[in-house]
Design a protein around this ligand. Structure first.
Ligand code: SF4
Length: 359
């Protein structure tokens, strides 16, 4: 319990530059059991309440294309997979994003595979139209793009970008991402920051062949990036992929401990309870909201496309529509005694940056 205490005593809340713990210290936290584990969750929840508050930001994910040029080893829409492909037309994307706003989503997250049909010009005109229609914030999650493209996205009104690094272990990264390099992804995260776009990244918890020490290093790597948002989820390989059938972690609590540690090390970051946690455990997203998370991302993709965007097995909500998901989210958040946040939900980090720039 000593390492836990030492971390609790040096919350980075007031001094974000406080040194991060060592790999063995994070490992000790990941190995906590029983009452100590409950204390870890409680500490993360308390810190979340004090730093980012009780309000939960609701961000609708719109999966607008399942075409992908890449062949990641675990993904259900990888290039060589046999899924029926779809692309939503630009007008359809804009209409659905506006609809999502009426369901209570102040941010729309436009997500797709690495689909070159959506050129920077097409994406910029979609982002512009959504912002002009009064949606407070737009996030893009469309894979690695060049620095020049990212600047164009920012100029069109893109507020945030999600690009997970997935694992900080270069060897593992190479094994499961044959089309990309770790360095290129990390460079893209830096380019996003230079383009003044809020940066979201994260990793998969429980990758096959990843030791607990690798997980500890991933937690520390994400924390060092000083992200606006940290999005992680359990590793769940689609059955029709090379990694299909690889087992999940025996100790299910590791998934939740990881989220709690991330909150302790990143007091001011937005941390979503990602959908994949519900594939692990029907109550998964609620549990993550109770150990540090403050963002919920309901699916707002039209029902007819949902079964075609299954990155991993047992994806929840594939038979619902956006209205049903929004209603369910409201109930879940209220059930936890929390409320839905108003406004665009920009990160605390970006708000302080804007304040400094105004001085
Ligand atoms: S994880 Fe992303 S980049 Fe990789 S195959 Fe799936 S959609 Fe494409």
């Amino acid at each position: 319990m000593q390492p836990l205490l030492s971390i609790l005593q040096q919350f980075r809340e007031h001094s974000p530059r406080t040194e991060l713990p060592s790999v063995p210290e994070v490992l000790a936290l990941l190995r906590l059991q029983g009452d100590d584990c409950a204390k870890l969750y409680a500490a993360a929840d308390k810190l979340r309440q004090r730093t980012v508050g009780d309000a939960v930001h609701v961000r609708g994910i719109l999966e607008f294309s399942n075409y992908c040029a890449n062949d990641c080893g675990y993904c259900g829409i990888r290039r060589s997979g046999g899924v029926t492909r779809y692309r939503m037309a630009p007008d359809e994307i804009v209409t659905q994003a506006i609809q999502a706003r009426t369901w209570g989503c102040n941010t729309v997250v436009l997500q797709s595979g690495a689909d070159p049909w959506y050129t920077v010009e097409r994406l910029c005109s979609i982002v512009r139209a959504i912002r002009l229609a009064g949606v407070p914030a737009v996030t893009l999650s469309v894979g690695v793009r060049t620095a020049a493209e990212l600047r164009q996205f920012a100029a069109a009104g893109c507020d945030r970008y999600l690009l997970r690094f997935e694992t900080s272990n270069r060897r593992l990264f190479r094994q499961i991402h044959p089309d990309e390099t770790f360095a290129r992804r990390v460079q893209c995260l830096e380019d996003l920051r230079s383009a003044r776009i809020q940066v979201g990244s994260g990793f998969m918890i429980g990758l096959p062949d990843a030791s607990l020490a690798t997980l500890a290093r991933d937690i520390l790597f994400a924390s060092r990036l000083d992200l606006d948002m940290i999005g992680c989820g359990p590793f769940l390989a689609h059955p029709d992929t090379p990694l299909g059938g690889k087992p999940q972690l025996e100790d299910r609590e590791i998934y939740f401990k990881t989220m709690a540690i991330l909150r302790l090390l990143n007091p001011r970051a937005h941390i979503p309870a990602t959908t994949a946690f519900d594939a692990l455990d029907p109550n998964g997203r609620n549990r993550v909201l109770q150990c540090g998370a403050n963002v919920f991302m309901p699916n707002v993709t039209p029902g007819k496309y949902r079964r075609l965007y299954q990155l991993y097995p047992n994806k929840p909500c594939v038979d619902e529509d956006g209205a049903a998901c929004a209603c369910c989210v409201r109930g879940r958040i209220a059930g936890l005694g929390r409320r839905i946040a108003d406004g665009p939900g920009h990160s605390l980090r970006s708000q302080s940056r804007a304040k400094t720039a105004r001085r």
